[in-house]
Design a protein around this ligand. Structure first.
Ligand SMILES: *Cc1c(COP(=O)(O)O)cnc(C)c1O
Length: 393
């Protein structure tokens, strides 16, 4: 590849960091033993699983035996929702979640609804924020689970998790958060935030794909999701993905070590990117102006289609997205933007840019200039563009 690629889609996935790959490599070949075996190459692998469990636990202030490895964020969400629902169904069948969750949560809820559970989808305000009061109001005698994502994958809004956790604890209701976009990106403390279940994933924090974890606070009622062998203390059967788990542990430790500086650096770059893009006329920021992930900006350009912007950016070697990677095959506007009250016609003009470790100030300049040019070009061709906007150069 001779053309430089500028990657601004870290919320969709990240590359695996070089040190992380290096930490994983021995476990594909020389250190291939099954952690359940008695001989030493198996037993030594059990030790590395324990190390990864420690690394993951300490990043969120959990205990190592509260970490259960899964094959990623989707599995963790499915396990949390379905496992907690069925473990508590004698107490009640009501679940509270939000209208802006990732599809791993929303579709699990839909499936649970088909099995007799009742789901309340809380609305969000124009910034994509859930109000803790609305959570408390939605609680009923038969509420058994509250699931609110830590930070939204499309617009980056960070939810008032500590306040919601406090409410859940006060009412004795299990509280799950999908923290896939947040772990390794912002500080998290499952103890002070009263989180009972938390989903995380490797490939959103410079770890490998196909590996994740579910944090289960000690004493939380949850059924097993995978049945088979006695792995993960009989709660998640299947021979452990040892290289993946080693990579996940290394990636999490690496992310939290750099966290404060990297948050500051990304916030500055992101603010610069947002500021420059908002200079383009008829442009708006989606999501909360300050309570958002340091690496996320999401902008609406009125009168044009986000998909067309992406194709033109791609020709310039710039990778971005219209929101969730899972939505790009459908013509429906994003459920997140719709829930925020953004009209369909303009929701289609939104672009998500998520920067990362390798993003530089120079990249921000190049992307800003490319977007200005692209938006002008598309607006010049669009019959929807008002005349006065076509003449700005
Ligand atoms: C990516 C993502 C998931 C799914 O994680 P996978 O590891 O890709 O299965 C779930 N929730 C959120 C918020 C995500 O961003």
């Amino acid at each position: 590849m001779d053309k430089k690629i500028i990657y601004m889609d870290h919320a969709a996935t990240t590359y695996t960091a070089k040190e992380v790959v290096e930490a994983m490599i021995p476990y594909f070949s020389d250190e291939f033993g099954n952690p359940s075996s008695v001989y030493s190459i198996g037993q030594s692998n059990k030790k590395v699983l324990d190390l990864a469990r420690k690394q993951a636990a300490s990043a969120i202030n959990a205990q190592p035996d509260e970490i259960f490895f899964t094959n990623g964020g989707t599995e963790s969400d499915n396990w949390a929702l379905k496992g907690a629902a069925f473990a508590n169904e004698r107490k009640g069948k009501h679940i509270i979640t939000t209208s802006i969750e990732h599809h791993a949560v929303l579709h699990s809820c839909e499936w649970l609804a088909s099995r007799g559970f009742e789901i309340t989808y809380l609305p969000v305000d124009k910034f994509g924020m859930v109000s803790p009061e609305s959570v408390e109001k939605a609680i009923r005698q038969d509420t058994i689970l509250i699931s609110v994502m830590y930070a939204n994958n499309e617009v980056g809004t960070i939810q008032p998790i500590a306040e919601i956790g406090k409410i859940a604890r006060k009412h004795g209701i299990c509280f799950h958060t999908d923290a896939v976009q947040a772990v390794g990106h912002v500080p998290i403390d499952v103890v002070s935030e009263n989180i009972d279940l938390l989903s995380l994933s490797g490939h959103k924090l410079y770890g490998p794909k196909g590996i994740g974890a579910l944090y289960i606070r000690k004493g939380t009622r949850i059924q097993s999701f995978m049945h088979g062998g006695a792995q993960e203390r009989k709660r998640r059967a299947g021979t452990e993905n040892v290289p993946g788990i080693v990579g996940l542990g290394a990636a999490i430790e690496r992310a939290v070590t750099h966290l404060p500086e990297e948050m500051d650096r990304l916030t500055d770059l992101r603010n610069e990117l947002t500021r420059e893009l908002l200079k383009i006329p008829a442009t708006h920021l989606n999501g909360h102006p300050t309570k958002r992930l340091p690496n996320n900006t999401n902008i609406i350009f009125e009168y044009i289609e986000g998909e067309s912007v992406l194709l033109l950016l791609n020709m310039k070697g710039i990778c971005a997205s219209t929101g969730s990677a899972c939505n790009s095959a459908s013509l429906e506007p994003s459920h997140v933007l719709t829930a925020m009250g953004i009209p369909h016609e303009i929701a289609h003009g939104s672009i998500r840019l998520t920067i990362g470790e390798r993003t530089t100030a120079e990249d921000v300049k190049i992307v800003t200039a490319a977007l200005k040019e692209t938006v002008e070009k598309l607006r010049a061709m669009s019959p929807l563009t008002p005349k006065e906007l076509k003449n700005v150069q």
